[in-house]
Design a protein around this ligand. Structure first.
Ligand SMILES: Cc1cc2nc3c(=O)[nH]c(=O)nc-3n(C[C@H](O)[C@H](O)[C@H](O)COP(=O)(O)OP(=O)(O)OC[C@H]3O[C@@H](n4cnc5c(N)ncnc54)[C@H](O)[C@@H]3O)c2cc1C
Ligand SMILES: NC(=O)c1ccc[n+]([C@@H]2O[C@H](COP(=O)([O-])OP(=O)(O)OC[C@H]3O[C@@H](n4cnc5c(N)ncnc54)[C@H](OP(=O)(O)O)[C@@H]3O)[C@@H](O)[C@H]2O)c1
Length: 457
């Protein structure tokens, strides 16, 4: 065994990708692996995909991590997030539609995990409390609360991999008068069941993925009206009759919201779809990534290694088009560095490399097409020097662009579109009914639908 010890913080898709990267090396015969401990706050693997009905605090009094809700379906085509070493065909044994519900995607993500092999590295119900680095010993001290034993534990590590996600701590803005609003005021993080808003007038604040998807959910499950209030730009889709977009709320008086364009409307509930904060309460200033949801966070060499201390590794910190396969590529790269197969250059070279990506990032016009190409190039840059199986990154990028066009064409119907796998060429099957009519999203129910072979134009 390699005389090194690493801590992985978080057992979601990023943490699992890191564990699996080492497991792949072990299976390939590498006997020189580090000792690994993964600390996970929840009582199971899966991260955000580990759906919980809880909101607020969990059974141990820790902030609930989950932001996912019932009836959530993939918002991007599954063909864009297919693992290069584990295809949908391999998992399901037959073609399925391009936009599966949450439980189906979770089944796929966890399907390639050998739970027995992986879970032995994970300490569940162990939220990380604090991480420190000692310049003299060049080691990290990690302290966790072990809720299973009721005691704090401390251990020493050579590397720390932060894989705690960044869509869990609500960004909750204040609007004058909201404190007197007589109905529910919640953040998307605490939204669970759209049926709660049946026959209600609902206000969404924010104009990104959460606003768009939760608004669509509320429409699907019978809200009376849905108003989306945007700060910068309207989403701009051709919404159904009882949905509309208005500029930002200026203030509330009782149950009435006033908007920047001088209009007003009464509501039963307010949902802040205003994004999430990067929140690392277990890190001191000198180790903490200070960023927001963007395409290339500063201070991360290769988007992974903290510049001030490259033994501090961050996974999954970019805004996301590509998800699971990108997390794999980052984890494989990090593994090779930890194993000593790949060197981290000196500070000057790191800064020069980061500047190239930051300059490219700055030059982007903010359009989805440019962002997708940028993220594809980032993945290809990492992929070029690791032994993760090659996958058609650019072809997946083109599918993302098609997805955006499909949403523009029909926001309530885009999940009925089908695409071919870029890995296996298998054409996805069609849903047997419109997405709006399929209301049971459980794994069993979805997999028992009579999927229709897609018609080729
Ligand atoms: C509402 C919503 C819908 C989404 N839908 C999609 C989708 O359709 N397709 C897609 O590809 N992506 C989607 N995503 C993005 C999703 O974040 C990624 O798919 C993926 O879960 C990121 O993995 P991660 O491991 O980086 O983070 P997470 O999945 O968030 O996992 C982080 C893990 O770290 C643990 N943790 C946190 N703090 C601590 C601590 N202090 N100590 C120990 N453990 C800790 C958490 O419990 C969790 O298990 C969605 C995100 C949200 C919020
Ligand atoms: N079905 C699904 O798969 C699904 C569903 C929901 C979410 N998600 C995922 O969840 C992640 C997070 O998405 P998100 O939409 O929650 O966050 P986000 O993409 O970061 O967007 C945040 C939104 O909040 C707005 N906002 C922030 N502060 C505000 C303020 N003070 N006042 C008004 N508006 C404010 C922003 O407006 P500006 O534009 O002005 O900055 C932006 O529209 C994404 O990766 C997405 O893919 C997936």
């Amino acid at each position: 065994m390699l005389n090194k010890k690493i801590a992985i913080l978080g057992g979601g898709p990023s943490g699992l990708a890191q564990l699996r990267a080492f497991e792949a090396a072990r299976l390939a015969g590498n006997k020189n692996l580090p000792e690994i401990i993964c600390y996970e706050k929840q009582n199971d693997i899966g991260g955000m995909w580990n759906y919980t009905w809880r909101t607020g605090l969990d059974k141990n009094g820790e902030p609930v991590h989950g932001s996912m809700y019932r009836y959530l379906w993939s918002n991007g085509p599954k063909e864009c997030l297919e693992f290069a070493d584990y295809t949908f065909d391999e998992h399901f044994g037959r073609a399925i539609p391009s936009y599966p519900p949450r439980a189906v995607l979770k089944d796929y993500i966890l399907g390639r995990i050998d739970e027995e092999a992986i879970k032995k590295y994970i300490r569940f119900e162990c939220p990380v409390r604090w991480v420190e680095y000692d310049d003299a010993t060049e080691k990290f001290t990690v302290t966790v609360m072990n809720h299973k034993t009721g005691e704090q534990e401390t251990d020493i590590f050579d590397y720390v991999v932060v894989a705690t996600g960044h869509f869990s701590t609500p960004n909750m803005p204040y609007f004058k008068g909201v404190e007197d609003f007589p109905g529910r005021v919640l953040h998307a993080h605490d939204f669970r069941d759209a049926l709660e808003f049946e026959n209600k007038d609902v206000l969404m604040i924010g104009s990104s993925y959460s606003a768009e998807d939760i608004a669509s959910q509320c429409y699907k499950y019978g809200a009376k009206s849905i108003t989306i209030s945007y700060r910068s730009e309207p989403i701009g889709y051709d919404w159904p009759d009882n949905m509309e977009e208005r500029p930002l709320v200026t203030h509330f008086e009782g149950n009435v919201a006033y908007f920047k364009d001088g209009t007003s409307k009464a509501f039963d509930a307010i949902m802040m779809c205003t994004g999430y904060l990067f929140h690392f309460p277990f890190l001191p200033d000198e180790l903490r990534l200070d960023t927001h949801n963007c395409m290339y966070p500063e201070h991360l060499y290769k988007g992974i290694f903290f510049h001030d201390n490259p033994k501090m590794i961050y996974l999954g910190m970019h805004d996301q088009y590509y998800t699971f396969n990108k997390l794999d590529v980052q984890a494989w790269y990090a593994r090779d560095v930890i194993l000593g197969d790949k060197a981290i250059p000196n500070a000057e070279e790191r800064l020069a490399d980061m500047k190239i990506w930051q300059d490219r990032h700055q030059a982007l016009d903010g359009s989805d097409d440019q962002n997708i190409d940028f993220q594809a190039d980032y993945i290809l840059d990492l992929l070029a020097t690791i032994d993760y199986p090659d996958f058609p990154v650019k072809a997946q990028g083109e599918l993302f662009k098609q997805w955006l066009r499909d949403k523009e064409e029909d926001i309530m119907g885009f999940r009925e579109k089908t695409y071919a796998s870029t890995m296996t060429n298998t054409m996805a099957t069609e849903l047997p009914a419109p997405w709006l009519e399929i209301k049971d999203d459980s794994l069993e129910s979805f997999m028992s639908l009579d999927f229709v072979e897609a018609t080729v134009d």
